[in-house]
Design a protein around this ligand. Structure first.
Ligand SMILES: Cc1cc2nc3c(=O)[nH]c(=O)nc-3n(C[C@H](O)[C@H](O)[C@H](O)COP(=O)(O)OP(=O)(O)OC[C@H]3O[C@@H](n4cnc5c(N)ncnc54)[C@H](O)[C@@H]3O)c2cc1C
Length: 393
């Protein structure tokens, strides 16, 4: 296959070379399918739209106890890991904090995405960057460096939060989204061991602000909120500025820092979309809403879902499985934890509207319970409230 021009027919086309897509392409190619991986970006992994926080493998296994973690989540080459943290610290609107141990890696997303794409190519996948896919009357239209009207036997839609493949399955893109703005800042006085989350209506209405250390004096500093919680006149950059300049705890540590990069993007916040499979299309990662609603973390779920999608694609071609089994496989892998994280977030939503309610929640939950909540396993009475909320829709 040439690097430019008309594309030949293949068994599987994977749309999107993020963590979900490259993992799907690797798994399908390794199982013997002919695979084409495409991305509309000219360079895999760039521009980065991510904080890069990824818990260590044992933390991920606790987060998704039923999932088979692909090796790429367990052993990450050191050149893709910028920094490691040991603590997660959460700040209430009052400024009081609680912390618990979480072994975290902060990955260089550009390097990580390229590493995953390289593995897919090594497994036998072909690749076209600078190529956009659009569903067209039952076919897939490719435009850009690679072009053609193709009819692959399986399409993996790993095309991120604004997925065209998801829309073609009728997924409403009114689905709940978090909007995020993040700055890479140098010259900041941070706690390099701690990934921090800050709550409060003044700085992060309907979401949270974060500091993810990239080293001793360098960090990703961001804010992720939901539009419906924001004052109409408020912008995301004004909110982040306010956090950096005025937050009573974060401000003094951040305000003398210098900005080295600006990143923005959206994150699905409402859990798994329905349907995640239709005909020969499988959705994985952000395209399918595979993001923990409590944290906005999507890298681990994207890799796990991509791996299942790639395997199911190959096995269906070999007549060993049906694509219709894909949703069940995903549900068995991490569906319960993902659903729980949505229920948890809905409960916290009620409290997020009033700072004093969030403060009360903080005061009544200990650090271990907070860690459990972040993982979507909900302690005692809170769990029962979530179940009741889920039943009431
Ligand atoms: C500011 C921000 C910070 C975040 N921080 C974290 C974090 O610290 N930890 C964490 O776990 N998660 C974080 N996330 C979420 C995480 O980035 C995503 O969940 C993750 O990237 C999902 O991977 P994916 O492969 O599904 O999609 P993506 O990584 O979005 O990849 C999708 C790819 O599809 C391509 N594409 C889209 N449409 C087409 C098309 N029509 N044709 C061809 N190609 C197409 C895109 O170019 C893109 O490369 C953050 C998100 C944002 C926005």
């Amino acid at each position: 296959m040439k690097a430019l021009g008309k594309v030949e027919e293949v068994d599987v086309i994977v749309v999107g070379a993020g963590p979900a897509g490259s993992t799907a392409a690797e798994r399908a190619a390794a199982a013997g399918a002919s695979v084409l991986l495409i991305d509309r970006k000219e360079e895999v992994g760039s521009p980065v739209q991510c904080g890069g926080f990824l818990p260590e493998a044992h933390e991920l296994q606790a987060l998704m106890p039923h999932a088979d973690l692909p090796a790429t989540l367990v052993e990450i080459p050191e050149r893709c890991v910028l920094h490691r943290t040991e603590i997660q610290r959460l700040y209430a609107p009052s400024g009081r904090s609680k912390e618990f141990p979480v072994d975290g890696r902060v990955i260089d997303r550009r390097a990580f995405d390229r590493h995953l794409a390289y593995r897919a190519i090594s497994a036998g996948a072909k690749m076209f960057v600078g190529t956009t896919a659009a569903p067209e009357r039952g076919f897939l239209r490719l435009r850009g460096r690679g072009s053609g009207l193709l009819s692959p036997r399986v399409v993996v839609g790993a095309d991120g939060p604004a997925s065209a493949l998801a829309r073609s399955l009728g997924v409403s893109h009114r689905m709940e989204m978090g909007i995020c703005l993040e700055l890479e800042m140098a010259g900041v006085e941070i706690d390099a061991q701690a990934a921090e989350m800050y709550f409060g209506t003044r700085f992060a209405p309907g979401g949270y602000a974060w500091i993810i250390p990239l080293g001793e004096e360098i960090a990703n500093v961001g804010v992720g909120v939901r539009r419906s919680y924001m004052d109409e006149k408020m912008t995301l950059s004004a909110l982040l500025d306010r956090f950096i300049m005025d937050h009573p705890i974060a401000g003094p540590r951040l305000r003398r820092g210098q900005v080295m990069a600006v990143m923005r993007g959206t994150v699905p916040a409402g859990g798994m979309v329905g349907p995640i499979q239709g005909g020969r299309i499988l959705l994985a990662g952000d395209a399918a809403g595979h993001v923990m609603a409590t944290s906005g973390g999507g890298i681990p779920l994207a890799v796990v879902a991509g791996s299942i999608a790639g395997l199911m694609a190959a096995r269906s071609l070999q007549g060993e499985a049906s694509l219709n089994d894909y949703p069940r496989m995903i549900h068995e892998s991490f569906g319960r934890e993902l659903d729980r994280s949505v229920q948890m977030r809905r409960l916290v939503d009620l409290l997020m509207k009033r700072d004093h309610l969030m403060d009360t929640l903080f005061d009544h939950i200990d650090a271990e319970q907070m860690k459990a909540m972040q993982r979507g396993s909900i302690p005692g009475a809170l769990g029962r409230i979530c179940d009741a909320l889920a039943r009431s829709g």
